[in-house]
Structure formats: structure tokens, C-alpha cells
Design a protein around this ligand. Sequence first.
Ligand SMILES: N[C@@H](CCC[C@H](N)C(=O)O)C(=O)O
Length: 282
Amino acid sequence: MVSFAKGHGTKNDFVLLVDPDDELLLTDAAVRFLCDRRGGIGGDGVLRAVRARHVPEWSGDPDLWFMDYRNADGSIAEMCGNGVRVFARHLVAEGLVPAGTTTVGIGTRAGLREAEVLPDGRIRVAMGRPRLAAAEVEVSLAAGVPEQRWRARAVDVGNPHAVVWLEGDDLDGLDLTRPPVWTPREAFPDGVNIEFVAPVGDHHVRMRVFERGVGETASCGTGTVAVAAALADRGENQSESTWRVDVPGGSVEVTLRDGDAWLTGPAEIVARGDVAWPQEEA
Ligand SMILES: N[C@@H](CCC[C@H](N)C(=O)O)C(=O)O
């Protein structure tokens, strides 16, 4: 049996494993089992906490905790904005960082991320510098339906995103049960997370997302950062702006300052337990 915790950030939910010495064999099949909502525990992804010294691609502080993030289908992603808040909450709750710690450095495949526990309980993460691509891509939901085709802005937040701004279309009416299609395909050779955004008010939008390796989720933290960066770029040249992004699972805040981004939102641990580790198929 292996100990796990279950947590979520705006209902983007994760199975958490603590594996300081890199002893768990976290295969794609094991991830799919853990994320299975009927046969396993259930989650949009797995967050494995391993000491950074065991991660070959990490060249920073070896004593940091590294967030080994996997999508529900077993694929690896560079970064997860909701996950990193939940990960920080777990490190603090489990005493895996010194008592009294409020700011935690976390290694990720997208680089170092600093997470700060705020007095109101939310967690703010320094998300680095989102990169906007000059070229636009086209996104469609149903091949051949002209009214379900939009231009999207490509934004890199460590992981890839395409942001679709819906002028008049009904966000709630979109069918996200099947993966959206993008062209040109070469724009995202490793796949992409696709955000659909509708206006609510001044610096306030609503978003739905189809995540690479998962499907539609209730929230995507890196997606909200991509949305804020894309919208800020449409407006006047502001050095600082804060955006409220409502998602089906709640609400987060993104601040952009001189090109860097901070993501603030809730992070909850809701369960702890033991799980039978899946046997490898022969
Ligand atoms: N839900 C996450 C993003 C998880 C990774 C994504 N599916 C990818 O493959 O890039 C978030 O909160 O950012």
C-alpha cells in the first residue's frame, strides 16, 4: 500500500504522492489507475513530490521539492498552476517544509516556482513570464462547422496554450466533450491546452478549458495566466494589471507586472489514505 492525499484548486483535482527518494515506479498505467474516477481514486492528474536531486533534468537546488506532474492519461506536462498551489499546501500541511514556512520554492519542469501562503489562506505563485506568439492559430470544435471556428492566441506559460476570445458565442453552450482541433498542426507538435473566454466586466472574464492529456476540467491555472496575458496584450500597454478569471470550479486572480505573472487562488487537501499500488501488466 502507498499513502496518498487528494486535493484540488478550484476543483482541478489531483492525487498527491510523497516519494522523497524516487522509489515509486510511476508508470503511465499507474497514473491512469490513480486518476480513474471509478476504478481508482480519481483526479485530473498526479502530483508526485520527489527531492529535486533525483530529477535528471533539474539543475537548480538539489534539496528543493520537485513537482513531478502527470496528466490523467499518464502524459507528462511541464507545469500546472492549480497543482503547484495544492502541492505547496500539501508540503506545509505534512510538515515537509520547516514549521512556520510561508514561502516555498518548488522545482518544476518549467523552472523554479515560488508559492506564498497568504494570510487569507489562498496561495500566490510566481508563474514566471508568459510568452505570446506573434502568429495566430485556428481552433474548431466540430470539423466543417464554420460557425464553430475561431482564431486563437498561442501563449507559452511553461506549457502550451491557445486562447480563444468569444465575442458573441455562448460559452456555456460549447460542446467540449470532444477534443478541439487546431491548425496548423505544427503550431503545437506536443499538443495544447485550449481556453475559451467570455467577458464579464472590467478585467473580469469567464473561462472553460479543454486540457491536453485530460479533457474538459473545472479549472486550469496556467490557462488563466495565458488568458490574462493574451487579454492584456489586446489592451493598452499596461505595465500592471490584475484579472479575475471565473472557471466552472471557482475563481482565481492573475496579476501581470512588467511581463511577469502571479496566480492567486485556493488550494485544499480533502482526503488522505492508502492505495494498493497497481501491479505492472506482464
Ligand atoms: N491543470 C493544470 C495544467 C495541467 C497540465 C496540462 N494539462 C498540460 O498538459 O499542459 C493547471 O492548473 O495549470
